[in-house]
Design a protein around this ligand. Structure first.
Ligand SMILES: Cc1ncc(COP(=O)(O)O)c(C=O)c1O
Length: 319
């Protein structure tokens, strides 16, 4: 058995994916860890206290957070190891390694935690000495990378269904909405390219949106932008601090820079969607889910999930 502890380190790039403090629902605080140790001690035939685990958040771009969590783990694990001896074999520092969603080749939105050069090896170089220093070189160190391993293995291809020009703004309607990329509605940034126009250098700015019935079905931070406007309307003298408000409240660029000729029928590739996205797709607004294909190193294409038909919308329903 391993215990998941609360290290009281707030990792994660947003509150919703911060899992290392008592703000989140995860883990055990000190007296809970102590109680578990008592139970393990009372039942040595049934329970071996073999490890200690933390996972402090996702898309963590600050190396100091991993070190802070490792210091807590090292301290707590050393105490448990002193009590349980060789039964205690591993520490698990969780996942959270970031990827660079922002690509600086054709657009450079300054959107903080969506860009990172931090590599898992950089984290290991700082964290392993902290753990081995306290626990010895024989301690097994586990880690649980998620998005860093799989994000760039997947992309979503979506078709442009239409354009609308209003007040100097071009709105680009895609056939994939927030039923396919739900994280876009939470303000998560995925880079886009017009897949059939990658060689075109003349670009324009587009307000990119999905096909569904809610205004939030967009690829910009509608809630954040509205919140800034509400605050400035309520406190007009805050208008001078608009840049600060936007920095704190708006998490995606308002426009996507795509080839200016991008038009109906084109294919837009939404990149780095290989982690968490496929299983988040849903039937909202009565839309069948798309299929998924795997492209082999040799260029071979294999269907790994068939595209749904309308009949899949009522599959499993009774009565
Ligand atoms: C306990 C635990 N470990 C690891 C991960 C992977 O996180 P990431 O994809 O940020 O590396 C998660 C994600 O939810 C998790 O809950």
């Amino acid at each position: 058995m391993a215990l998941r502890a609360v290290p009281h380190v707030e990792g994660g790039s947003t509150a919703g994916i911060e899992t290392g403090s008592t703000r989140s629902k995860f883990g055990m605080v000190e007296d809970e860890v102590a109680r578990c140790q008592e139970i393990a001690e009372d039942h040595p035939d049934a329970i071996a206290l073999a490890g200690l685990h933390v996972h402090i958040g996702s898309q963590m771009t600050d190396i100091g957070l991993y070190v802070a969590a490792a210091e807590v783990v090292a301290e707590k694990a050393a105490a448990i190891k002193a009590r349980f001896g060789d039964d205690f074999r591993h520490v698990n520092i969780g996942g959270g390694f970031p990827i660079s969603y922002v690509k600086y080749n054709d657009q450079s939105p300054d959107i903080g935690y969506f860009h990172s050069d931090l590599e898992p090896g950089d984290v290991a170089a700082k964290v392993v000495p902290v753990l081995e220093g306290k626990l010895g070189a024989d301690i097994e160190i586990l880690t649980e990378p998620g998005r860093a391993m799989t994000s760039d293995s997947g992309l979503l291809l979506t078709r442009v269904e239409g354009l609308k020009r209003r007040d100097g703004t071009t709105w680009l309607y895609l056939d994939a909405g927030y039923n396919i990329i739900p994280e876009s509605a939470f303000g998560w940034y995925f880079h886009m390219v017009t897949a059939n126009r990658t060689g075109e250098t003349n670009t324009d700015r587009f307000r990119v949106v999905g096909p569904l019935c809610d205004s939030i079905d967009v690829y910009f931070d509608m809630e954040g932008e509205a919140k800034v406007q509400e605050l400035v309307d309520a406190k007009p003298d805050w208008a001078g601090d608009r840049a600060l408000l936007e920095d704190k409240l708006v998490h995606m660029p308002g426009y996507r820079e795509l080839p200016a000729a991008t038009t109906s029928g084109d294919l837009v590739a939404i990149l780095d969607t290989g982690a968490y996205q496929l299983e988040l797709t849903n039937h909202y607004c009565g839309r069948p889910r798309p299929g998924a294909v795997m492209v082999g190193e040799d260029g071979s294409v294999k269907t790994i999930r068939r595209a749904e038909t309308p009949a899949d919308l009522w599959r499993g329903e009774e009565g």
